[in-house]
Design a binder for this molecule. Structure first.
Ligand SMILES: Cc1cc2nc3c(=O)[nH]c(=O)nc-3n(C[C@H](O)[C@H](O)[C@H](O)COP(=O)(O)O)c2cc1C
Length: 215
């Protein structure tokens, strides 16, 4: 497969939220590469407490469009990535993570013992932050997906405007209170990449040493 080469900087600068798509499907090998790149995203303790449901069927995308208050992106885009955050992933079914990291020589016994102790997760649990933690990891993966898509010549759009219960129903987890929807990313091709909406000057958004935004 011939992959388009775009520098990371060019992908960051070139990515735009694309709200209208051509109906052309994303070739399976390109979608596969996009998913592989997306799952290279880091997560706290490498817990990988996020997953993607890839929705390409017309009925599935239609349900997601309805869940998104009629926004056209899921209906028009040939693929929608639904990022699911699993706030309980740290509790069990994760011994494979430490085993693999150990086999790869990435984690030593000391680090593995820290992982096994789960102290950070117990503290998050106490503060009611487990969901937030898993959603953060899912959002980082979603960012990778958007930039990887741009790098592969694909248009994308992040979406947060939807009813979580309807999105969950659309992907078959309507009964799972333990899972959260983090974000939807639509993927496809577009003839019309919109202009950059601009960003505030950095004096308003980047500070040295101490937070300094006006109240
Ligand atoms: C988390 C997140 C959720 C968003 N949700 C929506 C959405 O539901 N519908 C929409 O039209 N745009 C949505 N956007 C797109 C933003 O409006 C867009 O990123 C912003 O205007 C900047 O434009 P750019 O992405 O082209 O740089 C979302 C963006 C982010 C980061």
């Amino acid at each position: 497969m011939e992959t388009q080469t775009l520098s990371v900087a060019d992908a960051i600068r070139g990515r735009r939220t694309v709200r209208h798509y051509r109906p052309d499907p994303v070739p399976p090998d390109l979608l596969e590469e996009l998913l592989e790149l997306t799952m290279q995203a880091p997560s706290a303790w490498n817990m990988q407490d996020r997953s993607i449901v890839v929705v390409t069927s017309a009925s599935g995308r239609d349900a997601l469009s309805k869940a998104a208050f009629g926004q056209p992106q899921p209906k028009e885009a040939p693929a929608v990535l639904v990022f699911v955050a699993d706030a309980a992933a740290w509790r069990d079914r994760n011994t494979d993570i430490a085993e693999l990291a150990g086999r790869n020589g990435a984690w030593n016994a000391e680090f593995t013992a820290l992982f096994d102790g789960r102290a950070e997760y117990l503290a998050l649990e106490q503060r009611g932050l487990l969901r937030e933690n898993a959603v953060k990891n899912a959002m980082i993966a979603a960012t990778y997906a958007m930039l990887a898509a741009t790098g592969l010549g694909l248009a994308s759009a992040p979406m947060n405007g939807w009813d979580p219960e309807l999105v969950k129903q659309a992907i078959g987890i309507g009964d799972r209170a333990d899972l959260a929807i983090a974000v939807l990313i639509t993927i496809g091709y577009s003839d019309a990449v919109p202009p950059h909406p601009g960003r505030r000057p950095r004096e308003r958004t980047v500070f040295a040493e101490r937070y300094a935004a006006a109240r």
